[in-house]
Design a protein around this ligand. Structure first.
Ligand SMILES: Cc1ncc(COP(=O)(O)O)c(C=O)c1O
Length: 396
């Protein structure tokens, strides 16, 4: 069959994108009810979302914040990350996973990833620990849980704080336990391509009371209404509050909280549909020469946020750009997640150079995210499979 890019008929008529939110009328009602009410921020929906997140994940505490980046910043602040410290993370992630260290004046240190799972390699974490290392930000890349047990042990043995960046992995279980209560702190993002959305939004979960107190202060200007934390208690009157540390305004609005809460009720349904699509892709691509699929560790029961194919250029006689453009012409819009963070000019100017993480760099050369979101129909999934096969066949 002739590729659409060479003048043939595209696999589908209308474009399909790599990710998309699923908003129903009940989500819209949840938001509009809040907008008609008394509190559109600092109200009861923020508190009830925090409770629901704890219920769902089994974590003791949750703080909801304005986005996943703010969540990572607060987690680093609560971990005590400061100037002169180092924070180990993966280069195969969105920039925020490393930027959060820089926000605190610390240095991100990039550990390499596993060639099969694309997740941070615990052995590489170990190899990068110095006396300056304060924390590890381990990303559940594409939704697959990192090797939680190993990383917990490494952090415990070396006095480091384990921050799990679970922006991709809400709904994933590790050894039967929901992501959210496995690390010292876990961060979520509720961006629209994520499994649960609030438009924007984020959360930090922890089982530790002290971290929780610090997280609350970090996202609300360092201000407290809690008398037990105040210096001047008993205070002057009901209006009184104190700023006891430096913090930020990273509050989530109540209408976003209501949307996320409404979406959370559908998380299991979303996760099940994502798993069905992933199973179809895995089955379809396992024997396509030139297409490598991501492997999973048995401990992770994954709610996949992204589905990544990796092009094997020993088999395919094309560049990634040619494959990507050919997919676009078939009306299947792909994306690449991610350019290794230290490739960016900002990081280059700080002195980071290519060659730091050979596995991540090798993986990056061939990866492409194909459409994956729960609202895809079975026909959509079939179209994507057909397009991948068609383009791979052509270039073999
Ligand atoms: C791995 C990872 N961490 C953190 C973030 C930041 O989340 P947000 O966009 O909600 O700030 C993202 C967002 O895409 C992400 O993919």
């Amino acid at each position: 069959m002739t590729l659409a890019i060479k003048g043939g008929k595209p696999v589908r008529e209308n474009k399909i994108y790599y990710g998309r939110q699923w908003i129903d009328e009940d989500d819209i009602k949840a938001v509009s009810d809040v907008l008609r009410g008394d509190y559109i921020t600092c109200g009861p929906h923020v508190v009830s979302l925090e409770n629901k997140l704890c219920e769902y994940t089994g974590a003791k505490h949750a703080s909801v914040v304005s986005n996943g980046t703010a969540a990572l910043h607060c987690a680093c602040l609560a971990a005590g990350v400061k100037e002169g410290d180092e924070v180990i993370t993966t280069p195969l992630t969105f920039a925020a996973s490393a930027n959060c260290a820089i926000y605190c004046g610390a240095k991100p240190v990039f550990a390499d990833v596993d060639m099969k799972t694309y997740n941070i390699d615990p052995e590489s974490i170990k190899a990068h620990i110095t006396d300056k290392t304060k924390a590890v930000v381990a990303v559940d890349f594409t939704g697959q849980a990192v090797k939680v047990e190993e990383i917990n042990k490494i952090c415990h043995d070396n006095g480091l704080v384990f921050i799990e960046d679970a922006a991709h992995s809400i709904g994933t279980k590790y050894n039967g336990k929901q992501v959210g209560s496995l690390a010292d702190m876990t961060t979520f993002s509720f961006h629209p391509v994520k499994t649960v959305t609030g438009g924007e939004g984020g959360a930090i979960l922890t089982n530790d009371d002290e971290y929780h107190t610090k997280l609350v202060l970090a996202h609300t200007h360092g201000i407290t209404h809690d008398e037990t934390l105040m210096e001047e208690a008993p205070h002057e009157g009901p209006w009184y509050y104190e700023q006891i540390s430096m913090g930020f305004n990273y509050r989530l609005t109540d209408f976003q909280a209501a949307l996320i809460e409404s979406q959370l009720t559908k998380l299991d349904k979303f996760a099940a549909r994502r798993k069905e699509i992933v199973a179809r892709y895995n089955e379809a691509f396992k024997d396509v020469p030139g297409i490598i699929i991501q492997e999973e560790i048995p401990e992770s029961d994954t709610c996949r946020h992204l589905y990544i194919i990796r092009l094997d250029f020993d088999v395919l006689k094309c560049t990634r750009r040619e494959f990507f453009d050919a997919m676009s012409a078939e009306n299947v819009q792909c994306q690449v997640h991610y350019v290794p963070v230290y490739y960016f000019p900002f990081y280059r100017h700080l002195g980071y150079e290519k060659g730091l993480c050979p596995n991540a760099e090798k993986i990056y050369e061939g990866i492409m995210s194909i459409p994956l979101y729960p609202k895809m129909t079975d026909d959509d999934v079939s179209d994507v499979i057909e397009a991948v096969r068609k383009v791979a066949d052509y270039y073999r």
